[in-house]
Write a protein that binds this ligand. Sequence first.
Ligand code: UDP
Length: 366
Amino acid sequence: MNGKKRLMAVFGTRPEAIKLCPLVHELRRRGWPVTVCVTAQHRQMLDQVLDAFRLRPDADLDLMRPEQDLAGLTAAALEGVSGALARFSPEMVLVQGDTVTAFAGALAAFYAHIPVGHVEAGLRTYDMERPWPEEFARRAVSLISGYHFAPTAAARNNLLAEGAAPERVFVTGNTAIDALRTTVREDYVNPILDWAGSRRLLLVTAHRRESRGAPMEGMLRAIRRALEERPDTAAVFPLHMNGLAREAAERVLADCPQVRLTGPMDPVDFHNIMARCYLAVTDSGGIQEEAPALGKPVVVMRDATERPEGVAAGTLLLAGTSEQGVYRAVSTLLDDQAAYGAMARAENPYGDGHACERIADALERI
Ligand code: UDP
């Protein structure tokens, strides 16, 4: 043995996988024995990432069920991860972010007296309803975790203010930026880029539970209006499997010739299209970190963001969720070259693509 502890990474959704696969690779490269347990909370979208990063899970709980509610998923994940812990007996568990899997994985480790390291720790809106239920999950994981890998100094400060021990909170940057170093390629081609041609391409995503229904339709109407007023623009909208935006997107956008609706893209396609788009318009968390690393401004369709560093740095424009707010923000960035240029050039506060190395360094010191 090389004296390195047995680690287990537990994850279940696309964003967790994008942010943990590069870390698993980095730790293994340094000789750490790391097992991977996936809950597969999002089956197809998770598999797209596992394939892209060539990672095979040691335990696959395959928990996704039709019409699954949060309580059922939480219970199944708690039981499933507990079983995997018993089988592989890791000495530390790594979870990422704020999903049901992260919460249940951390709780399973807590019940088994196994220390937890939390990647992307300390993000907060301090509003339990926004985003829901993620704000609860990340705070609960912080309570359980012994080691916190905060992407920014502001996230670290949140943890310190909540009583975390300073020597256990490490500022590392966000591992999402590391993932881009694997996926983005010079020679990438895609028919969607050919379809967009010389038009300015908006990359749109929306999937938050709290925007379901009327707010979602309003946001999409705003995007359509902004596009139709500017014939030199086009948009691609890969729909999330949770279906929250599907109906609204089909009603509001499907018959707009400037829009392409697609299924979820694998991260190689998504990141390469992001690298070549004009603007990202999204309610996603991860895209708020990634797009600025590629020099792309982001219109954030949310009322609150747990990524205020990006707003302060000028990489994110918080539009709210009203039709008028989204229309105004998108129009500004399409029409005001100076505003666009300032955002495109602003420095991304979420890191330099070396977060995994910093986390591995911290683990070696622990
Ligand atoms: N993403 C992807 N394919 C898509 C849409 C998003 O690979 O069709 C990636 C994106 O680059 C980011 C992550 O998925 O890394 C964001 O996931 P999502 O928006 O589902 O979750 P959030 O970040 O809001 O938790």
